[in-house]
Every structure is written in C-alpha cells, then in structure tokens.
Design a protein around this ligand. Structure first.
Ligand SMILES: Cc1cc2nc3c(=O)[nH]c(=O)nc-3n(C[C@H](O)[C@H](O)[C@H](O)COP(=O)(O)OP(=O)(O)OC[C@H]3O[C@@H](n4cnc5c(N)ncnc54)[C@H](O)[C@@H]3O)c2cc1C
Length: 500
C-alpha cells in the first residue's frame, strides 16, 4: 500500500456540514491542505439530498416547536430568534460567495417561498396568536402577519381554505421572508468552491477507521471502486458523516461517545406534481404536532422545486429502517450496540415510551389514515393524486441526561475529542439551515487558540454566526435583506419585500 497522504485537515463525509466547514477553512487558512472524503459517487446524496429532507430554510418563521407555550399561555420565542439569527448567518455566507462569483446562480439552490404557521382548534389558534405577538418586536419577524379572517386565509393559501368546511377555529401567520433550499445542490456547489481553491474532494472513498498517534490522526480508507486501501494523516479531523457518525466514532474508540446509543427513524412524505395543485400552493405551511408526539412529527405542506420541477410535499410520516444511512447496512443498528451503551439503550426505551408509542402508531398507519392527516390541511384531497416517497434517515442519538434516557437527535450536538483535534456532529435538527453557524461553533470548539486571529475574517464570512459576534437586530435585518437581494430572494430595491 502507498504511504499515507499528508493533510492539515481531513473532513469525512461530503454533506452540507463538511462542505460548509471546508469552504470556511479554505478561506481562513488558504495555505492548508484540506481533503473532503465521501463514500458515494457524488456528494450531497444522503441527508443533504433534496428528497431526503424537507428543504425548509428553517428561520423560526413558522415552526411551533421553536416557540413552546407555557401553562400560563406565554410563549418563549428565544429558540425561534436564535434559529432566525443562525439562518441569517447561512444567508450571509451564501451571499458573500455569490458576490465573489464562485457559487453559481443562487436560484439553483435557494428560492423564496412564504412560510406560514397554521393554528387549528382554539388551543392552536391561541398558541399561534401568542407566538405572533411575542415575535412581533424582533425586526427579523417584523413582516409576519396574523389572520383568522376566512377571506384572507383563502387569499394566502387557496388550496387549503377555498373549500374548508366551517366550524373549526383556524388561523395563519405568514412571512414572505421564507425559503426553500436544495441542500444537495448547495453542497456540490460549495465543494466546487473548495476544489477551486486547491482543496481535494475525493469521492467513492469510505473511511473505515480513525486512530490518533503522536498527535496525528491516521485515517484509513477503502476505495469503493477498486477495494484498494488508502491512508491519510492530519492533525485535525472532522467527522461529518451524518447517520454514520456514531459508528465511526465508536470504531475510533472516542471515549466521549462510549455511553451513547443511536436509534434510526426514517421519514416518508406524500408527494404530488399535479400542476394545478402545485400552482395553487406556493407556500410552506407548518402545523402543530398532535399531543404527545415528538417535534419531528410536526406536519407541513410544502411547495418544493427540485431539479427544476415543482412539487407539493406533505408529512413527515415516521417509518423504521435499521440502517443509519439511506445507503447503509441492515446491520447498522445491531452493530451499534456495545456493552458501554446497553444501559442508555435500556433507559431510553424505558423513558421514551410516548415516542415509542407514536412510532408504533405511525408504522401501523394505513393509507387512509395518511390521507386523513393530509385532509386536515387540504380538505378536498384526492388520494390518487399523491404518492408516498421515502425521505432521509434521522439517527437519534441516545444518552443519559439527569438519570433518564434522552434522545438528543432532536437537536444538534458537537462532540470534540483529543483536545479538539477531532470534531463530530451528532443529531439532525434544525440541521442544514444552520450549517454556517454550527460550523463556526465547530471551529471555536476545535481551534480556540486561533479564534482571535480568525475573528475579523469570520465576521466577514458569516457574521452573526459566532456566539460573541451578535449583531444588533436592526443591523442584522438590514444585512440579511441585502443578502436576500443578492440571492435573488427579493426583487431589486425592495428589501424584505414580497417576492411573489
Ligand atoms: C426527514 C428529514 C427532513 C429534514 N428536513 C430539513 C429541513 O427542512 N431543513 C433543514 O435545514 N434540515 C432538514 N433536515 C436535516 C438535514 O437534512 C441534515 O441536518 C443535514 O442534511 C445533515 O448534513 P450532514 O452533512 O451532517 O449529513 P449528510 O448530508 O448525511 O452527509 C454525510 C455524508 O457522509 C458520507 N459518509 C458516511 N459515512 C462515511 C464514511 N465512513 N466515509 C466517507 N463518507 C461517509 C455519506 O455518504 C454522506 O454523503 C431533515 C432531515 C430529515 C431526515
């Protein structure tokens, strides 16, 4: 076997996270030798692929789960504001690369689609109204309108409200600052930027193991075309292998995850491309989860554009597959069970009974039940117009928290080991939308001593992304409006205006 190749940073996995980090590192340290290694024929084909996620540019504009309502009726909006700021960092990051002429036409990966929150029943409407009032003071949310007037609702989303039987209280909020993002295309564009700056992007190379000797990470790979083994060495490794992260960290013997377990939940969506339906619903509408159901079950009806074709998507519906990647192995779940994580697996099964019951209900769901769920959004749905399509795998990470088995997959967790020389990302939510901010957090966790040298550059690359880099909300909104204009999300000269 040839000797190992030497790099300054090896990023394992060619998804949106590695692509974002590689782009940032290439800009911060132009002299570094950076490698991104991906096991599939192309990058961005797993969770970051357009059909494996919902493509929502999560910015806190419409998601109930980011604004929980307390028993006294008040709504905590801090998470929605945080996600709004994080998504703003992503927009600023993409806009800067677009201005530099290296990211290609932005309309290929991000498009304006209004984001609406949908409150049903007296409780749902009260929650939506309180959410709208509580967010009203923040400039990022200033354009959001609330209405429970049937005529306005019909005007905003005719497909949902033109033929809705009267009776149930309903209301909407609507922001025209929403987006639909093709994270798969974006991943490949970012990796083109990395290549253009001299980085190495290696496809069909599977990392089989990692170990550290003399302060250097040794990365063992297998060429999937020829089966030939290869080796790389680098002082810094990022594991951005999505659902494959925990198994790789387990194989590397990373002590920080010794007690972690994992449980995969796959998603499915109902999809239609019927032209009149697609034309009548240019929005992403997020409802609220049924009582006791997890946040990943929040139903939404989305307008999507993928490969130049328009669709409507409704879901998600949970499903089960023991694989940790769409292209993973049926033995993934079994192989992740170790003596060290057995207690957490047992505690998670014990302490997440309502989630387990929800999953069982979802697995037992009939086509008629899925149509009934869609009917709460589209009263006139015809089942024959819709097909059930698989989405991505979410690998929920299990750990013990406060003596209880907890699923952390509903958030994103950065794990670092060996003094930050290895960083990895576990969990999937809010995911791709916050990639720029999350990767700045990875840099801060892994390179604390360099952060002061990098601060000015990082502020240019992705302002607002760093915890100590908060912009004043009005300033942030002004810069976000400019980024949105560069990305073609508003007509020229109409900051924050209605793109329709
Ligand atoms: C159903 C669903 C809906 C979602 N909806 C949204 C949404 O609307 N908005 C949003 O922002 N986020 C959403 N997400 C989350 C989002 O998709 C993920 O957070 C994001 O794509 C994760 O990117 P990643 O780069 O970490 O992983 P991935 O895109 O999965 O990339 C990991 C890469 O690593 C490669 N790999 C794995 N193992 C190895 C190995 N050993 N060697 C080399 N390469 C390897 C894989 O082939 C893959 O290409 C959703 C997720 C799901 C499951």
């Amino acid at each position: 076997m040839a000797g190992p190749e030497e790099f300054d940073a090896v990023l394992v996995g060619g998804g949106i996270m590695s692509a974002t980090l590689a782009t940032m590192l290439g800009e911060l340290e132009p002299g570094w030798r950076i490698a991104v290694v991906e096991r599939l024929d192309e990058a961005g084909l797993e969770s970051s692929s357009a059909w494996n996620n919902a493509g929502t540019g999560h910015a806190g504009l419409c998601e109930f789960n980011y604004t929980p309502r307390g028993p006294d009726g008040t709504v905590d909006v801090s998470r929605a504001v945080e996600i709004g700021e994080q998504f703003a960092a992503s927009l600023l990051f993409w806009a800067r690369l677009t201005t530099a002429g290296v990211l290609g036409p932005p309309g290929d990966f991000v498009r304006p689609v209004p984001h609406l929150g949908f409150g049903r029943g007296a409780e749902g409407v009260a929650h939506l109204r309180a959410r709208h009032e509580a967010l009203g003071g923040h400039p990022l949310f200033a354009d959001t309108e609330f209405s429970d007037d049937p005529a306005v609702l019909r005007d905003w989303v005719p497909l949902m409200f033109a033929d809705r039987p009267p009776g149930e209280p309903v209301a909407l909020t609507r922001s025209t600052r929403g987006t639909d993002v093709d994270f798969g295309v974006l991943t490949r564009r970012l990796l083109d930027v990395v290549r253009g700056r001299g980085g190495d992007v290696r496809l069909q190379q599977e990392v089989t193991s990692l170990h550290r000797r003399n302060d250097i990470w040794h990365v063992e790979l297998r060429d999937r075309r020829t089966g030939a083994p290869r080796r790389m060495r680098a002082p810094f490794v990022f594991v951005g292998t999505g659902g494959g992260t925990l198994p790789l960290l387990q194989r590397a013997g990373v002590p920080e995850v010794r007690r972690y377990g994992a449980f995969p939940i796959s998603g499915r969506f109902l999809r239609t491309a019927r032209p009149d339906l697609v034309a009548a619903h240019r929005a992403k509408v997020y409802g609220h989860a049924e009582p006791g159901a997890p946040t990943i079950s929040v139903p939404h009806l989305d307008h999507r554009t993928v490969d130049g074709r328009e669709y409507l998507l409704f879901g998600p519906f949970a499903a089960f597959s023991p694989r940790f990647l769409r292209t993973g192995r049926r033995t993934d779940l079994l192989r992740s069970v170790r003596p060290g994580n057995l207690p957490v697996l047992a505690a998670s099964a014990r302490d997440n009974r309502s989630l387990m019951a929800y999953l069982v209900r979802q697995l037992a769901q009939t086509p008629a039940a899925r149509t009934a769920a869609l009917r709460t959004f589209l009263p006139t749905v015809r089942p024959e117009d819709w097909e059930l399509v698989p989405a991505g795998q979410r690998v929920q990470v299990l750990k013990t928290s406060g003596g209880r088995g907890a699923m952390v997959g509903f958030g994103t967790e950065i794990v670092t080991s060996a003094g930050g020389s290895l960083a990895a990302l576990l969990g999937a939510s809010p995911g791709a939308s916050t990639a720029a901010a999350t990767m700045v957090d990875v840099l801060a966790a892994s390179f604390p001593a360099r952060m002061s040298d990098w601060a000015a550059r990082l502020h240019e690359i992705a302002p607002t992304a760093g915890a100590g880099d908060r912009l004043d909300p009005a300033d942030l909104t002004a810069r976000t409006d400019e980024a949105r204009r560069i990305l073609g999300l508003v007509p020229d000269g109409v900051p924050g205006g209605d793109p329709a």
